[in-house]
Design a protein around this ligand. Sequence first.
Ligand code: HEM
Length: 426
Amino acid sequence: MSTSQMTPNKDLAEGFAQIGALFAGNDGNLDQIYREHRATMPVMQGDICAELGAASFAGDTGRPIYTVFKHADVMLVLRDTKTFTSGILMETGLGQFLDGLMITGLDGDEHRQLRGILQPSFTPAVMEEWREAYIRPLIQRYFIEPLIPLGKAELVSSVGVMFPIHVVYAVLGFQDDDPAALELFASKALKVLGGMANDPEAKRAAFQAFQELYDPTLAAVQARRESGATGADLISRLIRAEFEGRTLTDHQITNFVRMMLPAASETTSRTFAIMLTHLFDHPEVLERLRADRSLMRKVLDESVRYDSVTTFKVRETQTEVTLQGVTIPRGAVISACVASANRDETVFENPDVFDIDRKQMAAFGFGFGAHMCIGIWLAKVEIEEAVGLLLDRLPNLRLDPDQPRPEIRGVSLRGPDAVHVIWDAP
Ligand code: HEM
């Protein structure tokens, strides 16, 4: 694939913006709203996303919904997987399309066993291998080098939207010589995410996208199995993976791959853009990072605490439970507000200050407990590579003074719509 073929895909960037708009809502004074909730109504009957006019990941199940705002309660909800189960995500989330095989919606032993098979393919050591083999060369070649002569760019559409999808495509072991296949893969991933919204047309498009992804993915899995599955790529690893005597069928691997696409793309794209925005908003941090790349992880972790991309986690109560004096019935939907918990003043000192040197405390941007993001190390490595390469290869990278500053917004999905930059082109 020549670098010129990797011009931004307009449809893809538009799809990304539409999804952002759907989940944006009225986010004018979110920090204040959440602060007031933590102080006066830390458990609220109702869905704050709906109140703020944003599409909600809690879906429309007809059951009572409670939103929880405090760090301690969000942690409890995510940690106590017996009382607060995830099966509801099969109804409200992507499980609707995945034949019940969506890991985020599994509970108990079923989840533990699947997680046990998958986990060894996502360790930091595997990511270091992929960093060198796939991630750095790919980002450099397809996303950074074409920018160098331009002197200016909008980084969400030219880099952010596409690079995580390309990374997933590469680590799955798909051949990198068919740009049309890659873009098809990418546009389907976005349609799948659009299906999260309570919109029948978006759901229909998501269902269709999932169907269309099935056959080519299954064919790739079968071909890899037939050829011995000896490679370092993810599909080969999943074919070889074993836990407590169990292995994955081709159907299970195909479903995991389909499920992974939306989990790994949108989240990473927006987190990359959030991190860049924080760097440009805090020039002193940017200067420190330019001088010392070992700070990259701290900047990323603080960006994810300060502005998590997915701001709510959804669970269902298996028993009646009392939180902060509010009795919640069995069978209720809990919407755990990560965005509020990550700024809880009882846990984080000066929580509304972006401080990369702050004391590390549990934050929930990548989840917590049994369902904590399995792709956390992959996401971190690819974002670090993308940001690092931008700083290395685009001298004096800075915001474009002729364009609006990036603004992180959104109630149920956060991120800036655009990050316009300039640099000293050769
Ligand atoms: C910055 C990027 C990312 C963010 C912010 C993020 C966030 C999250 C969060 C918050 C959860 C917990 C969901 C819950 O508790 O209900 C989760 C789970 C998950 N994530 Fe990520 N994610 C990112 C990237 C990725 C990537 C690159 C992958 C690729 C494999 C991935 C795969 C998954 C999977 C499979 C789960 C389900 C784990 C389970 O249920 O056991 N994510 N992610």
